[in-house]
Design a binder for this molecule. Structure first.
Ligand code: GLU
Length: 418
């Protein structure tokens, strides 16, 4: 049966916005303004490939809102990148920085490409040319990119270098998620996963679930999924399932995460991992478990599978993993969904700390970063859960209400130019 459910990420972001905005009784013009990105830049550029040929690439940088501070958000390299996806991701960044109450707005970027088919040298040339193309609209006080799907600290180092060469001076604050020795922050790489762990633990406390008697399944084994699994396991949660683009792996007794990390370092994908049972990667979401952490891409929990989800608690490590129709089904089933704009805000919170360290020419201790992140995210979690109870809405709507309220207040107080 073909589904008729909405799966365009930007339409979904707008639906989520509408649900919360209705309760806030915002004026129509303000809703229209906050639902639309301020600026959408699309760039097409040629890149020399290793075999001597030249290929054209398309990239985007969408700046959704900067009423609370400079635009902020990652850059992804993936084949499915398109303008509507980037517009949705940029909007989600605005709400994420607002729920976390850090002085940034929201933006996102992406390049349509398949990094698995590119050499390191080709990736570098794509990164540098893309950075050049978006340089007129980024900057440490304007718009600050960061890593996202298939980009990492090396890509950020190339971006810093390209941008700095153009400015003829070092500009480390232009991106976050950099290597430590190039102005990166301790604790940044694991920060999104740590945020997932922090919010999951708070939710478990609320639901009176003992982490030591709990099982979790993680969809994705990248930067977010892997660190979330590792840090949850440190708190006593048994990780019984994990997946990547190639397969799903299961072990009811608990997966050996350090063994998996070593395996992934060598083989990149889990396809032939021998120390666990393999299942179809899509079925990982339906395994019997207490906590489900979708940490891959958008539209994973849909009308097609929401009914079959067994977890009591879903903590969204990815951006946009649950569709609005699936949200309704989960809410009827009594499943608590800690929404992406709160659950995965750890990354951008530590990005903010990295940016502050760059501005101050300082390097904070790892413990300082972890303590600040924990305090910040715990506070946001409680603000959201308290409003959820008070307003009798789902947790996503409560998070949006707080975020939209903060951005709307900033916008209205600043007034309309000219
Ligand atoms: N890409 C991450 C996210 O989606 C981090 C963004 C950032 O640090 O700017 O939240």
């Amino acid at each position: 049966m073909k589904t008729t459910e909405e799966q365009n990420p930007f339409r979904i972001a707008q639906m989520q916005f509408d649900k919360a905005a209705e309760r806030l009784r915002l004026e129509p013009w303000l809703c229209a303004f906050l639902k639309t990105p301020n600026r959408n830049l699309s760039v097409d550029f040629p890149v020399k490939m290793d075999d001597g040929s030249v290929r054209m690439f398309t990239g985007y940088r969408v700046q959704h809102n900067n009423d609370r501070g400079p635009y902020k958000g990652g850059i992804r390299f993936a084949p499915q990148v398109n303008l509507d996806e980037v517009k949705a991701l940029a909007s989600w960044m605005t709400w994420k920085t607002a729920v976390a109450d850090i002085p940034f707005g929201g933006a996102k970027g992406g390049v349509v490409c398949d990094p698995t088919q590119l050499s390191k040298a080709e990736l570098e040339r794509i990164t540098r040319r893309f950075t050049y193309e978006i340089s007129p609209i980024i900057g440490p006080d304007v718009d600050i990119p960061a890593p996202d799907v298939n980009t990492n600290s090396q890509v950020m180092a190339w971006m810093v270098d390209t941008y700095s060469m153009g400015k003829r001076q070092p500009e480390f604050g232009v991106v976050t998620g950099k290597p430590i020795f190039l102005g990166g922050s301790l604790g940044r790489e694991e920060a999104t996963g740590r945020g997932v762990m922090i919010t999951a633990l708070e939710a478990m406390k609320d639901m009176k679930i003992d982490p030591k008697k709990t099982t979790a399944v993680v969809q994705g084994s990248g930067n977010v999924g892997f660190h979330a699994a590792r840090l949850l396991a440190e708190k006593g949660v048994r990780i019984i399932g994990m997946s990547d683009i190639s397969t799903g792996i299961v072990n009811e007794k608990g997966l050996d995460l350090s063994d998996i990390a070593a395996y992934l370092k060598e083989h990149k994908i889990l396809k032939d991992y021998a120390k666990a049972r393999h299942i179809q990667k899509e079925l990982i979401l339906e395994l019997p478990c207490d906590i489900l952490v979708p940490a891959a891409l958008e539209n994973q929990i849909t009308v097609e599978n929401a009914e079959r989800i067994k977890a009591r608690l879903i903590v969204e490590g990815a951006n946009g993993p649950t569709t609005p129709a699936a949200d309704d089904i989960l809410s009827k089933k009594g499943v608590l969904v800690v929404p992406d704009i709160l659950a995965n805000a750890g990354g951008v919170i530590v990005s903010y700390y990295e940016w502050v360290q760059n501005e101050q020419r300082e390097q904070w201790q790892y413990n300082v970063v972890v303590e600040k992140l924990t305090a910040k995210l715990t506070k946001s979690y409680h603000e959201v859960i308290d409003l959820m109870r008070k307003e009798k809405v789902d947790m996503r709507t409560a998070a949006y209400m707080i975020a939209i309220g903060r951005v709307a207040e900033a916008m209205q107080t600043r007034g309309i130019f000219p």
